[in-house]
Each structure stands twice: as structure tokens, then as C-alpha cells.
Design a binder for this molecule. Sequence first.
Ligand SMILES: Cc1ncc(COP(=O)(O)O)c(C=O)c1O
Length: 398
Amino acid sequence: MLTLAARMSRAKPSAIMIVADKAKQLKAAGRDIISFSIGVPNFLPGPHVYDAVRDALAKDSGQYGSNRGADALLDAFQKHLEEGGLTGYTRANIATGIGAKHMLYNLAEALLDPGDTIAFAVPYWTTYVDIADILGAKSRLLPCPASQNYKLTPAQLDAALPGAKVFLFNNPCNPTGMVYTQEEIAALADVLVKHPDTWIICDDIYNRMVFDGVGYHNFVQARPELRDRVIHVDSLSKTYGMPGWRVGFVAGPEAIASAVVTLNSNHITNLPEVITAAAVAALTGPQDIPRQRCAEFQAKRDQVLAAVNSIPGVICPRPQGAFYVFPNISCAFGKSHLGRKIANDVDFCNALLDAKGVACVPGSAFGDPNALRISYTCPTAQLPEGLKRFREFFAELT
Ligand SMILES: Cc1ncc(COP(=O)(O)O)c(C=O)c1O
């Protein structure tokens, strides 16, 4: 009999894409749909990126490139790290790949054997569990409900780390938008120092999207002795409005960067020259677009938060980064919308999409079935209308 590998029975398509696809189908069928579902930034990089691409096309060698990434790209990313407060990294500490997702997959392959444990906070970005499942690793889930601001506490981390080969940390967080303050990072870093057998992966891809002057802080700044175990993951997708260009980075100990390079040599070989040129231009060119977008997202966050917090029973900690709001909507469970029973987050999101044409992702996709995720990067003009429909839906619950 012909069979697939056993790991494929553990692999699932992304739950976020399922909602996005349903919304797309309804739109194609002529429905007026407002999508709060997929986490795309919805802006394009500036003209300097396209100019660099045209230039690179004209000069393209058509050849294989470096498994680690072109020197110009490694240097551009190294400067980007420095601007974010991470100094002392060299080309040997860095590797590039096809987006942060690919980097996370490579890191998991490099660090986790079947049966090993990877610990991370819940709510989590969906792919964390899926990658661990495919590789036969055990996910140790650390619940961080709305009542603790969706943030991990030092005591929780301390209890979770014994026996964990990897701790995966996401700041700012998808799906909650929460950002850890400098003091919170320092307190968690103090705990990490006590557990020397655990690798630390920081998925920091929203690090340029932080609001309210909170700033982006990381464990290495707080406790420099963690540098030998901390691996930073970054990407152009969100910061530069380039999710489809598929450029990701890791920066960390040389052995880790080398492991990623070895996997690259067996998976992808290299990033194409044209993509590399676009990435270098994005990282080294004018930074006004990312800055403007961040300011716009902060204003949109205010609008969304005001709307959800005006609904009686809905609880939503104040997000300070990324472009997500993650309200706890469990007050709706057990109610009905126009006769349609709402037992859980999936029912809620389906009924909301069918009745109001508003697409959100059920919290269960992120391990928290009491909530849903609103991604607020839709065109600015659509946001008030989407929020109005969201409030109406709640008001119509009986
Ligand atoms: C927390 C987090 N990590 C990683 C990724 C993957 O990003 P990329 O497009 O660089 O693969 C995403 C994308 O949504 C994300 O939200």
C-alpha cells in the first residue's frame, strides 16, 4: 500500500487560512465582506524597493547564491539589528531564509528531536503548535488568559522551563498585540538565566510595530549572558509590507546560524538575487513608510479597542503593538443570533461572517477558545463600518 509519512497525519493546514478562504469565497460570490482575518500589513514598500529590483533584474547573474545569504543582505540585517538595540552580531551569527515561518521551522528542526519539549505562552501563533506536531516534539502550553493581560509571568516561566529544550517567545504577540515592558522582559530574563539548558527563540517579527512609547526590549539587552542561548527571528513581512517577498532572518550563536545554513543548503539553497536586492533596499533605504504605518496602526488600535470595550461583557487588555486585538467574547456563548445558537468562538465567527460579512479568526486557532482575533489592517475607510457591524451583531444577541 502507498502511504504518506506518519508525520503528515499530524500536519494541518493553517486555521487562519481557512477563515480567510471562506471570506474570499463569499466576496467572490458578491457579498460585501470586511476582512479582519488575515495578518497582512496591507501596504507596499516604497519605490526604492522596486527600483532596486529593476536594477537587480538588469544585472541578474542567474546563478546559485550563498546558503547563508548574500553579504550585502547579512550586513543590512546586522545594521537593522543594531538599530533595534542588538549589537555585537557579525555575518557568522546571521542566516537568511524564506520568511520567519521558514526560519522557525528550520530552528525547530535544528533544535528539537522527536519527544523533546518546546514551551510557549498561550495564546500562541498557530504555526508554533503545528511545527512542533510535524516534528514529533511536545508543546508545553503556558496559559496566559486575558485576566493576566495575556502575558507570561516570571513564576509561570520558572515552573515551565525544567525539561524544556526550547522556550519560544513572541513579542509583540500575534494574536494578542501585547508587548512586554522593559521591566517585564528583565524579570523574565532573570528567570531564563536560572535555566541554562533551555534554548530561547525570540520571534520578534513585530519589533518595529510598538505603540505608546513602550519600546521594544529583549532578553539579551536585559541579561547579556543569555546571548549564547538566545536566537532572534525577524522578517520583512510585517515591518516593510512585504509578506509575499518571503524574506526572514535568524541572528544568534554561530552554531545556530550554521545549522540554518546547512538546512538551507539542503532545502532552498539561497534567496534569489532579485529578492535579495529588494530586501537590502528595504532594510537600508528610507524608513518613513514603516514609521508612518506604525503610527497609523496605533490610531487604528485606538478605534478598535474603543469599539470592543464599549460592548458590555467583552474584555480586552490593551494591545501595544503588532496589528491585532484579541477580545475575550465568551459573554456571547450560550446566546443566539437571530435564532442561531452560539456555543463557542467558531460558532460566533461563522455567524458573524454569515450575518454581517465580517471575518475574524476564532481564538481556538491560537489556543484560546474564549476570544477572537481582529486584524485591523483593512483599508482605513472600512474599519468603522466593520466595527459598527461587530457591535450590531453583539446588540442583536439574545
Ligand atoms: C508571530 C509570527 N511569527 C512568524 C510569522 C511568519 O512571518 P513570515 O511572513 O516572515 O513567514 C508570522 C506571520 O503572521 C507571525 O505572526
